[in-house]
Design a protein around this ligand. Structure first.
Ligand SMILES: [Zn+2]
Length: 224
């Protein structure tokens, strides 16, 4: 599903997975749940591109729904994989970078435990560690923006040339617009709020969150 000519949402993948199509290769931001790789590869094929063209897979944070099929996509494509150090350490162990079943009810805790057993991501050592401020050769210069709070070293990615922000779970959206991350599973709410403020100053016009619809004309819609 097209956001712009070069940026697409991959359909039928949860959480949101974004595909950037450039002449010299493809970049994916977040992979969705385990076993989503077929949907991603099918969508890429439907655009007349091939798995081997995937050059990079960037992961915002080490949650099941964001790196769940990173191994599958890496095996299919040979792409280089990227995350921040603390999130990469969790991914190498096949876990999240913080406890994720917080203060939930007994039934929810049961469902989370069950899902964790059935849908455990395969551990993966990423190829490259990303740091705040680094610029990647994507979309004319894709900035790595550290946005901790939801998880200890959550990353967002901002492309100033097209004013597009990929914010992972540092914010989410619904049909009313953007919202701050308020999950009971947030690692640090104070840092999560500061990360929203940091991102509101970037000048993004299009915000692509991990959950919820893409927000266009985003200026002035940040929840600060
Ligand atoms: Zn998520």
């Amino acid at each position: 599903m097209k956001i712009t000519d070069t940026i697409h949402t991959i359909p039928n993948v949860q959480a949101n997975s974004y595909l950037i199509l450039e002449p010299d290769g493809l970049t994916i931001i977040d992979t969705g749940m385990p076993f989503s790789e077929k949907q991603t590869l099918r969508y890429i094929a439907s655009l007349g591109r091939s798995a081997e063209e995937i050059k990079r897979i960037l992961v915002t944070h080490a949650d099941l729904d964001h790196y769940g099929c990173l191994v599958g996509l890496k095996l299919a494509s040979g792409a280089r994989t990227y995350a921040s150090q603390p999130e990469a350490e969790a991914m190498a162990r096949g876990v999240s970078s913080r406890p994720v079943n917080g203060s939930v009810g007994r039934f929810q805790a049961f469902v989370i435990r069950l899902m964790g057993k059935l849908l455990k991501p395969t551990p993966i050592q990423v190829d490259e560690i990303l740091r705040d401020g680094q610029i990647l050769p994507v979309l004319g210069g894709l900035q790595v923006v550290e946005t901790p709070g939801h998880s200890p070293s959550h990353l967002s990615f901002f492309a100033p040339s097209v004013h597009v922000l990929f914010c992972g779970d540092s914010m989410k959206s619904d049909n009313k617009g953007l919202r701050g991350s308020r999950s009971r599973n947030n690692w640090n709410q104070t840092l999560a709020d500061a990360s929203v403020r940091k991102q509101s100053a970037l000048g993004a016009q299009i915000v692509c969150p991990g959950h919820g619809p893409v927000v266009k004309d985003a200026d002035g819609k940040f929840p600060v």
